[in-house]
Design a protein around this ligand. Structure first.
Ligand code: UDX
Ligand code: UDX
Length: 458
């Protein structure tokens, strides 16, 4: 089959995999290849059991795989034939040296740029998909365009805004697609080629074009603003618990002001996920490096509040259970950082479980999708933590239940049955405000929710 264009994506992760699967579905005239250095991941993408749980993704992969969507470990061959290369390798927070704990670790990015150069026999369009510090494209251009082959590369930024659990819907009908390039004739030509890909299914008015630095920075800022809303409402949840205000009612009342809007105002045990904290710390680091201390401090407080909210949740458990949880069985329902994903990166459940174990509680973790990751995250705790597939068994003999992920199925549990199997007094700590608190209280539970007055029988 003669394809109009050959697209390559380096990095078959949460972003690269679903994004390329959607491009392949919508652009049957393009050949889309996804490569990764991890052979197990590629083998999984080529199997019936794809490596990411994401509603709807299976069907998209099955439709396009083998037709115009290919997964491979041969990065060099992929680079050689590609016209457009998306780079979606991971950019974790640096753990060493200058900027440790805040700056992005760009070693995979730079290695990838050098590999692209080594294997290119013609100039190419390089598209940043990974979240990167503003002005990374400049460094990439320097590496790529300092070559003795006479090749020219255009580096563009096309940040990904999809959220896990809704990735397919987000890709199918995005609020917007953002494409930033240099505003030179070559840059604008490259921009139009990337616009053409998305124009296969995204209305032109939803494709935003900008300069490359605006696109890079917008990704960090979008995540920082979303996370800031969660921290803002979480800060108010603490005040609600002191004043008999109800955070759900406050969020509803302010959210109906169209200037504020309703989304991302759900108080919780804290935000998690691979992006929010990493991107804010990255923003903080960039501001610090430009001497913008007030700006850096402002954004850093969003992360600090999030850490505090998680600690506060454990303190509530401790103080309401008579200041000791030592030896008490606590069933943690949900370990994923949000519902509809098996991903546990930066999940608040990690710190909550660790702090409970620090208090010598006997923690049992259950989750419909995330137990394999939970086991890996808590490996160093050995058998002090129990893992249980069956949520009813997890609750058996427990003194308390802590809801840490808003899985819908937890709403429909037979709580009367659960209560009978628990120690009394029985406690529920709802870190996601998911359950019907009044009903549970009437049944006999002592109920502690986020940003609401406790419902206790003593
Ligand atoms: C990506 C981006 O990397 C991150 O910056 C952004 O904020 C979110 O999207 P994600 O897709 O979630 O992250 O990362 P991950 O699931 O870890 O996938 C990255 C993949 O790149 C891994 O499968 C890894 O094996 C691969 N990789 C990494 C390469 O193929 N080559 C490398 O040199 C490094
Ligand atoms: C986020 C961004 O939404 C997405 O645009 C970007 O590309 C990647 O980062 P994701 O991390 O998948 O996506 O999940 P998101 O739905 O944003 O939730 C992040 C965290 O905030 C979760 O832990 C979630 O439970 C929490 N959250 C979200 C709240 O606690 N309250 C809310 O009101 C919304």
């Amino acid at each position: 089959m003669n394809f109009k264009k050959k697209i390559l994506c380096i990095g078959a992760g949460y972003v690269g995999g679903p994004t390329m699967a959607m491009i392949a579905r919508k652009c049957p005239d393009y050949k889309v290849t996804v490569v990764d250095i991890n052979p197990a991941r590629i083998a999984a993408w080529n199997s019936a059991d794809i490596p990411i749980y994401e509603p709807g993704l299976d069907e998209v992969v099955q439709e396009a795989r083998g037709r115009n969507l290919f997964f491979s470990t041969d990065v060099d061959a992929g680079i050689r034939e590609a016209d457009i290369i998306f780079v979606a390798v991971n950019t974790p927070t640096k753990t060493f040296g200058e900027g440790a704990g805040k700056a992005a670790d760009l070693q995979y990015w730079e290695k990838t740029a050098r590999q692209i150069l080594a294997n290119s026999e013609k100039g190419k369009i390089i598209v940043e998909k990974s979240t990167l510090p503003v002005r990374t494209a400049e460094a990439m251009e320097r590496i790529l365009n300092t070559n003795d082959k006479g090749l020219h590369f255009e580096v563009l930024s096309n940040p990904e805004f999809l959220a896990e659990g809704t990735a397919i819907a987000d890709l199918e009908a995005p609020d917007r697609v953002l494409i930033g390039s240099r505003e030179t004739p070559e840059g604008l030509q490259a921009r139009s080629e990337v616009v053409d890909i998305y124009a296969h299914w995204v209305p032109k008015k939803s494709i935003i074009e900008s300069n490359v630095w605006s696109a890079e920075l917008s990704k960090l800022v979008a995540n920082a603003f979303l996370a800031q809303r969660v921290s803002s409402i979480n800060s108010i949840s603490a005040l609600c618990e002191k004043t008999e205000a109800d955070v759900g009612e406050v969020a509803y009342a302010i959210g109906t002001d169209s200037r504020i809007g309703t989304k991302f105002l759900k108080a919780s045990v804290g935000f998690g996920g691979s992006c929010f904290q990493k991107d804010i710390l990255n923003l903080v680091y960039i501001c610090q490096s430009y001497g913008l201390t007030a700006v850096a401090d402002y954004w850093e407080s969003v992360v600090k509040l999030n850490d505090w909210q998680q600690q506060r949740f454990v303190q509530t458990i401790l103080s309401s259970m008579f200041n000791t949880v030592a030896g008490k069985r606590i069933a943690v329902l949900g370990f994923a950082f949000k519902a509809d994903t098996g991903d546990t990166r930066e999940s608040p459940a990690i710190s909550v479980v660790r702090n409970l174990v620090g208090e010598r509680a006997a923690v049992v973790v259950t989750d419909p999708k995330a137990l394999p990751h939970a086991k890996a995250d808590l490996k160093d705790l050995g058998d002090t933590v129990e893992f249980e597939d069956d949520v009813y068994k997890a609750c058996e003999g427990a003194h308390a239940i802590a809801i840490l992920t808003e899985w819908k199925q937890y709403k429909d549990l037979d709580f009367a049955r659960i209560l009978k199997s628990m120690q009394s007094p029985a406690f529920i700590f709802d870190g996601r405000n998911l359950l019907d608190h009044q009903a549970l209280y009437k049944m006999g539970f002592n109920v502690f929710a986020i940003g609401k007055s406790p419902l206790r029988h003593f």
